[in-house]
Design a protein around this ligand. Structure first.
Ligand SMILES: *[C@@H]1O[C@H](CO)[C@@H](O)[C@H](O)[C@H]1NC(C)=O
Ligand SMILES: *[C@@H]1O[C@H](CO)[C@@H](O)[C@H](O)[C@H]1NC(C)=O
Ligand SMILES: *[C@@H]1O[C@H](CO)[C@@H](O)[C@H](O)[C@H]1NC(C)=O
Ligand SMILES: *[C@@H]1O[C@H](CO)[C@@H](O)[C@H](O)[C@H]1NC(C)=O
Ligand SMILES: *[C@@H]1O[C@H](CO)[C@@H](O)[C@H](O)[C@H]1NC(C)=O
Ligand SMILES: *[C@@H]1O[C@H](CO)[C@@H](O)[C@H](O)[C@H]1NC(C)=O
Ligand SMILES: *[C@@H]1O[C@H](CO)[C@@H](O)[C@H](O)[C@H]1NC(C)=O
Ligand SMILES: *[C@@H]1O[C@H](CO)[C@@H](O)[C@H](O)[C@H]1NC(C)=O
Ligand SMILES: *[C@@H]1O[C@H](CO)[C@@H](O)[C@H](O)[C@H]1NC(C)=O
Ligand SMILES: *[C@@H]1O[C@H](CO)[C@@H](O)[C@H](O)[C@H]1NC(C)=O
Ligand SMILES: *[C@@H]1O[C@H](CO)[C@@H](O)[C@H](O)[C@H]1NC(C)=O
Length: 812
């Protein structure tokens, strides 16, 4: 190209005003423009191509033929009707845009009242318009009020706490700079991530900053580099981009379609190359895979998947995924490491921790479902901090990157759902067990040495009197708040275990009513010396029950170990046990349907607590009518945890060499194989439910209406649509038939032969409490015939079946 045409071209451009600044004396009128000193950017009045009616003040690239606006001053208050406008720098150092009638459409609002001679508005080569005082201080800059574009060297604050906080807001259309609903900026709840919003709902989200994102490099198709940095200025985060010298023009914008784009000017094709565009294809859009789903970009076409240990919750991913195995609080979980992940949204940001502390942070919180840890320090970045993210509850908007970026996400799963790499548990469990036993030994020791003083504490329990106990007492208190009671006091309270005070006889010993000084009534379980409950069961029960607090569980108040005597002191419940009501013709009549339903629901909730909601996972193993006590308001309370087991380890079910329980209530797989799980309790619950509805004993030795068992009878009636006949004759007149039939249906679901087919107690509670919840169809309980043989066998062996707890030496 010869110098001549260039000169002509330049002189044509310079035909108009091309100063780089605007002063008090020199306002800017329609048709004029400012050009930055290096000729890179221009500022002036413009009208979008197809709309001549409205005009705006804007900044565009001066040397790029395709008119590209990077900033608009008055995007929401255009000069209308094609009238001329004027941009003036006032004596208050403010820029004011006014139309031909003199009304101000836009102003910078600095309101500086001091002397301002020499102040100027200058357009810089970076594209920044500044108002500069004579001493060189900039009191205003357009970079602090971006429209839809980030230019290199501009900083975008991540936090709304920042006074200059702004988001990018897209244009409304290709020719309409009006503020649209799409915006982009820092997620101010954490400052750790960038989000695009459509109105107020997130449309796309970037992974939270990690070491790589804090200083990331992006390469344009022509090989130029744009580097992204997150800077930390006094604890506030800013996003900034830089380009190397000699690069073509590059910018980042929020397109009017809501797309977040990185663009570079391609001199060859004379057009803008978009080299990064988000949201990417398909499931990159915010949360499109639902809770616990993730967008898998390792595939050629990204698609939704479920996180490890999860399965789809519906036909497609719109409902997300659910756990294959429920996570139970306190025990039986481990972390699965997922690499290359886009971290989910809605995290809790824990500052200043080590990786190990972050792990503990998640392990200690039952609602924690995952965590991630990163060090934000990278190279010359201004961070010296780590970030620990923990997620409570659902994980939304997770992704897996296919390009090697992303970070490790540590996902908390029920341990049996994790592949066989849970060796840690095999080490941790014995340690926990040893600790528990050690605690028990300590307790027994302390009982013996300080039993008398502890008795006083029991009497004062409700007044919570703070006694000046010895240090060893206080130490003990911290571990387990359960007083040991002196044997002599128990002898006094029960009148030397007088027969008059016997409340009931259990498999492992008698239960006495006790009266302590001060008139406090208690129930005392005396474990018979010859009973199967040895020291192990005793410790088990003490430790377990002391930790359990639920309105549907009997409360343990204290215990006593004295030579061969082992005693447990419970709260006293005046209404005795459920079987006393259920199978007693005189009391039966006060036991109406609403009360029965309340009892059923209460037992279900108590069981759910044992299985899932307490800090331990506990399987009762001997749920039956005589182990459910009723308080003054007929609230059921589950008792007798002597055979309860912590269901630990990475196993879903366990086997025992000692089968304990009560025939009829025992699930087939437990009775036959000694294999027990929470589903064994579900089975017992189902039996109990059928008993409560029917008023019939499962263990009655006579055949019910010619059927071999209550379950077979219930099934037969239900199958033929005659379930109403099962209902106890004393309530059948006055009960809502629908509710009762629903209960029978749920009971039949619980007593299914296949443990996997039985619902978890969480589902059972839900089905019982939600009249409209759909119920699956139960399968026929085929086992009853076999179990009947079983009963016959045992009868031959001389074991009484009469509602008695039996202990088998060996499971088969
Ligand atoms: C602008 O108008 C021209 C002709 O009037 C038309 O071809 C073009 O598509 C319009 N551009 C937009 C963005 O509407
Ligand atoms: C601004 O100040 C100059 C002199 O300092 C004065 O002549 C002019 O009237 C002032 N303009 C306004 C709008 O007050
Ligand atoms: C600017 O200052 C004037 C007078 O000092 C006051 O009336 C006006 O409200 C101020 N404007 C703003 C936006 O603070
Ligand atoms: C410039 O002047 C302004 C107000 O007159 C003052 O606030 C600021 O500190 C000055 N800056 C410098 C660098 O002197
Ligand atoms: C943005 O939200 C509006 C309604 O709020 C909706 O009509 C539109 O489809 C959304 N845009 C996208 C890209 O989802
Ligand atoms: C630091 O940043 C570079 C890119 O600038 C990235 O490749 C690297 O992975 C980061 N290092 C860490 C520890 O994140
Ligand atoms: C862009 O291309 C023109 C010719 O098409 C050339 O004169 C100019 O030097 C190029 N600019 C850059 C920065 O490469
Ligand atoms: C997912 O399924 C729901 C209901 O089954 C349906 O309404 C929705 O359109 C489906 N979504 C997709 C992406 O197929
Ligand atoms: C971070 O934690 C360390 C020790 O845990 C402490 O010494 C330091 O002061 C903490 N820093 C901040 C900024 O909280
Ligand atoms: C779990 O952590 C959150 C946030 O730190 C807290 O609000 C909640 O109380 C914690 N829950 C438990 C059970 O510790
Ligand atoms: C490290 O971070 C703390 C605050 O988090 C800050 O006070 C301190 O100055 C930082 N140190 C360095 C060397 O950057």
């Amino acid at each position: 190209m010869t110098p001549l045409p260039v000169f002509i071209l330049l002189s044509l451009i310079c035909f108009c005003k091309s100063d780089d600044r605007l002063t008090h004396a020199k306002p800017l009128s329609t048709g004029e423009k400012l050009v930055s000193s290096g000729g890179v950017f221009a500022l002036g009045f413009f009208s979008p191509t197809n709309s001549t009616a409205n005009s705006y003040i804007g900044i565009w690239y001066n040397n790029i033929p395709e008119r590209t606006y990077v900033w608009v001053a008055n995007r929401d208050s255009p000069i209308t009707g094609g009238s001329p406008g004027k941009l003036v720098l006032t004596n208050n150092s403010d820029l004011v845009l006014s139309d031909s009638k003199g009304s101000a459409l836009w102003t910078t609002m600095n309101n500086i009242t001091s002397s301002t001679t020499g102040t100027a508005a200058i357009l810089l080569d970076s594209g920044n318009l500044v108002i500069r005082l004579p001493n060189g201080t900039d009191i205003w800059q357009s970079f602090s009020y971006p429209t839809d574009t980030i230019l290199p060297d501009m900083t975008l604050p991540m936090s709304t706490n920042d006074p200059l906080y702004t988001r990018l807001f897209a244009w409304r259309g290709p020719d309409d700079p009006t503020t649209s609903d799409y915006s982009m900026g820092g997620d101010s709840s954490s400052d750790l991530q960038v989000v695009i919003w459509n109105g107020t709902s997130p449309y796309w989200r970037r992974s939270a900053w990690d070491g790589a994102l804090v200083s990331a490099l992006y390469q344009s198709s022509t090989g130029y580099i744009m580097s992204q940095t997150i800077v930390n200025r006094g604890g506030s985060f800013y996003l900034t981009f830089t380009v190397s010298d000699g690069s073509p023009s590059m910018r980042i914008m929020l397109h009017y379609t809501g797309m977040f784009q990185f663009l570079a000017w391609n001199n060859g094709s004379s057009s803008w190359d978009v080299f990064i565009e988000r949201p990417g294809p398909s499931c990159d859009i915010y949360a499109s895979c639902g809770p616990f789903g993730y967008c898998d970009s390792t595939e050629a076409v990204p698609k939704c998947n479920c996180l490890t240990g999860f399965e789809p919750d519906g036909v497609n991913f719109s409902q997300g995924c659910r756990r294959k195995e429920e996570l139970k609080c306190g025990r039986g979980y481990s972390f699965s490491t997922l690499s290359g992940m886009k971290t989910p949204d809605k995290f809790v940001y824990v500052r200043n921790t080590s990786f190990d502390q972050c792990t503990v942070e998640c392990s200690n919180n039952c609602s924690c479902s995952a965590y991630a840890y990163a060090n934000l320090k990278n190279g010359s970045s201004t961070f010296n901090q780590s970030r620990c993210l923990i997620w409570l509850g659902e994980l939304v908007d997770t992704g897996k990157y296919g390009d090697g970026s992303g970070e490790n996400l540590y996902l908390r799963l029920a341990s049996s759902a994790v592949d066989k790499e849970s060796n840690i548990l095999k080490i941790v469990l014995p340690v926990v067990a040893i600790l528990l036993i050690f605690t028990c030994i300590c307790l027994v020791w302390i009982c013996k040495s300080t039993g008398k003083r502890r008795m006083k504490k029991l009497q004062n329990r409700h007044t919570r009197q703070q006694s000046k106990d010895s240090k060893s007492d206080q130490l003990d208190n911290e571990n387990i708040e359960l007083p040991s009671i002196c044997f002599e006091d128990i002898v006094t309270a029960t009148d030397n275990f007088s027969d008059y005070n016997v409340l009931g006889k259990g498999g492992f010993g008698n239960v006495y009513k006790g009266l302590f000084g001060g008139g406090k009534e208690v129930a005392i379980k005396r474990l018979s010396k010859g009973s199967g409950q040895g020291a192990d069961e005793f410790r088990n029960e003490v430790v377990l029950i002391a930790k359990l607090q639920h309105r549907n569980l009997v409360r343990l108040l204290g215990y006593c170990a004295h030579e061969n005597e082992k005693l447990l002191v419970y709260e006293y419940l005046p209404n005795k046990s459920l079987d006393a009501f259920l199978f007693d013709a005189t009391r039966n009549c006060v036991f109406d349907w609403p009360t029965r339903l309340k009892v059923i629901q209460g037992i279900a909730r108590g069981l759910l607590y044992l299985h899932q909601d307490s800090r331990l996972t506990i399987i009762h193993r001997d749920l039956k009518a005589s182990n459910v006590l009723l308080d003054g308001e007929m609230n059921p309370k589950i008792s007798d945890f002597g055979m309860a087991r912590i269901f630990g380890g990475n196993e879903q079910k366990a086997n025992t060499i000692r089968v304990v329980g009560t025939y009829g209530y025992m699930s087939p797989e437990y009775a036959m194989e000694g294999s027990f799980s929470v589903k064994s309790d579900t089975y017992s619950f189902g039996v109990l439910l059928l008993e409560v509805v029917s008023g019939q004993k499962i263990s009655s030795s006579h055949l019910i209406m010619g059927f071999p068992s209550l379950i077979a009878y219930a099934w037969s009636l239900w199958k033929d649509g005659n379930a109403r006949e099962l209902v106890d004759s004393s309530i059948v007149e006055n009960c809502p038939l629908h509710g009762v039939l629903r209960c029978i249906h749920i009971g039949l679901l619980c007593v299914q032969d296949d443990p996997n087919a039985r619902p978890l107690m969480s589902s059972t509670v839900f089905m019982l409490e939600n009249e409209t919840a759909p119920l699956p169809t139960p399968r026929e309980p085929v086992y009853f015939r076999q179990r009947n043989h079983e009963i016959e066998d045992q009868r031959d062996m001389g074991i009484s079946l009469n509602n008695m707890t039996i202990t088998m030496p060996e499971g088969r």
